[in-house]
Write a protein that binds this ligand. Structure first.
Ligand code: BG6
Length: 492
């Protein structure tokens, strides 16, 4: 089937924090790609807002240079690029200052009937003041939408305050809270894999499943975002949003349809059923750690504190044994793990099924391993179902554990838009299904806050792992205590 691009209506999109890493590294290249695919109507405008003292031509050049640094082609001679650059206007504005002059900003927009979008690529502490200033200057005309990056706040109370204050300016249906994992092709496929196949659902529960592992491993360090990251840490940066969202998609009940609120309500039920981790259970269920100097692919890598240039108690790795208190998942742990500077970059969900109830083969034929569904989110997206088979040929029964392999690259000959491209177009189309609802965000924070509080009470609970490894020994122990181990494709 050929790829279908749904056209979007003309829009005026303003990006606050337009000279920052997110805007230059992700948002503007994503918009350019959608432009190249002719999905963006010509009359659309992109209004870039930041504090830098530059003008529109200098901003366009900044975008071009940054794009050329990360992609093939320099674009100087590229007519498509020049046509896209024409859509960009730069406005210098301190959007937090209530007394700033918003005239140039307001003038950059088209008629008020056009779809207006405000993307806050800013620290969460600025979401409420900037929204309030948008209202003060009459920019939030009916139908306009605001986009907020994760994490929304740094704890439950901060998130609730942001949600309340932004909610006074924009209705819940006009607030698009980004978790870019929800825009990934392979994450969207989770719903279809679960609910488009009869095969899995009857055993997708405590009867059929032994446990679930969710790993989001990165080989990069905190890098240019160190100032933000050191305040956040892996729990706030990755677990509260990306990993919990993935867990929800694996654990939720079948929705009656794929409407935004139907799916979001089912995800919310999972978050609400998450068993709070009490401080006395922390050492049994949570591991936090920080990378020390090591090597990745033969290259020496400094430790987190060396990179930062000062001492820090921030975790760059966290592993958690999470439990969901409902009928479907009683007794089925969800092991969550994420870290920076690990041996390689990959994100994967492993569903480990129960062992067969009775072994019919003789011991010298080999071991029967439980089935495993390995959903690779990135890179090399795909799904592998690990099955037991007989090694073909004479000489008795010899068992083999082999994958039934669905590789996206081999099966589908097409390039699909990356997460931000998809999410930006979803905002313009008003598709809330790929975004987090207020109650989901707040529920996720309630659960995460207890862990954060325990860490504050037990500041010594930070382990070390050398950069380039799979985390500290304590992470392996977390599973070993339950007679399990992290799945490693190189070992299995
Ligand atoms: C972001 C985090 O949300 O996700 C980053 O803030 C992290 O710290 C990034 O590096 C990982 O995203 P991806 O798509 O590369 O897995």
């Amino acid at each position: 089937m050929s790829q279908k691009l749904l056209p979007v209506e003309p829009f005026d999109l303003s990006i606050f924090g337009a000279t920052g890493d997110l805007a230059l590294g992700k948002l503007l290249p994503s918009l350019f790609h959608r432009w190249c695919d002719q999905q963006i109507p010509e009359s659309s405008k992109i209004i870039a807002v930041a504090l830098d003292n530059i003008d529109t031509p200098a901003f366009r050049e900044l975008v071009r240079q940054r794009y050329a640094d990360n992609h093939e082609g320099h674009l100087e001679e590229d007519a498509t690029w020049h046509a896209f650059a024409e859509r960009l206007t730069y406005v210098r504005l301190d959007a937090v200052d209530p007394s700033a002059d918003w005239e140039a900003f307001a003038a950059a927009f088209g008629e008020s009937e056009r779809l207006r979008l405000f993307y806050l690529a800013l620290p969460p502490s600025l979401y409420a003041p900037v929204s309030e200033n948008l209202a003060r200057h009459g920019m939030n005309v009916p139908g306009s939408r605001i986009v907020l990056e994760k994490p929304i706040g740094s704890n439950f109370h901060a998130a609730r305050e942001i949600n309340q204050r932004v909610g006074k300016v924009f209705g819940e249906d006009s607030i698009f809270r980004i978790d870019h994992y929800l825009g990934k092709e392979s994450v969207q496929n989770l719903l279809i894999l679960r609910f488009g196949n009869w095969l899995f659902e009857p055993i997708w529960n405590a009867t059929g499943i032994d446990h679930v592992q969710i790993t989001v491993a990165e080989s990069v360090g905190a890098g240019a975002r160190a100032a933000y990251y050191d305040r956040a840490g892996a729990l706030r940066d990755m677990v509260q949003n990306h990993l919990l969202q993935l867990m929800c998609l694996v654990a939720m009940e079948p929705p009656s349809d794929l409407e935004a609120d139907t799916v979001r309500t089912e995800k919310l039920k999972v978050l609400k059923a998450l068993r709070p981790i009490r401080s006395e259970d922390m050492s049994e269920k949570v591991v936090r750690a920080r990378y020390s100097p090591g090597a990745i692919k033969g290259q020496a890598v400094p430790g987190y504190e060396n990179e930062l240039g000062h001492s820090s108690q921030t975790e760059t790795f966290v592993a958690i044994k999470a439990e969901i208190d409902n009928w479907r998942w009683a007794g089925v742990p969800f092991y969550l793990r994420t870290g920076k500077r690990m041996s390689r970059r990959y994100s994967e969900i492993v569903i480990q099924f129960k062992p067969v109830p009775h072994d019919v083969v003789q011991a010298d034929s080999g071991e029967i391993h439980p089935n495993r569904l390995v959903i690779r989110l990135q890179p090399d997206e795909g799904v592998r179902l690990m099955l037991m088979t007989k090694d073909p040929g004479p000489g008795g029964v010899r068992l083999r554990y082999v994958p039934l392999n669905l590789s996206y690259a081999d099966t589908f000959e097409k390039n699909y838009p990356d997460a931000y491209e998809r999410l930006l177009m979803a905002v313009i189309r008003g598709n809330l299904g790929l975004f987090m609802r207020r109650d989901e965000v707040e529920s996720a924070w309630r659960w995460t806050d207890r862990i954060l509080q325990s860490w504050t009470d037990m500041p010594n609970s930070l382990f070390n792992y050398p950069a380039g490894t799979d985390g500290p020994a304590e992470s392996a122990l977390l599973l070993a205590k339950d007679n399990r181990e992290w799945f490693d494709e190189n070992r299995t």
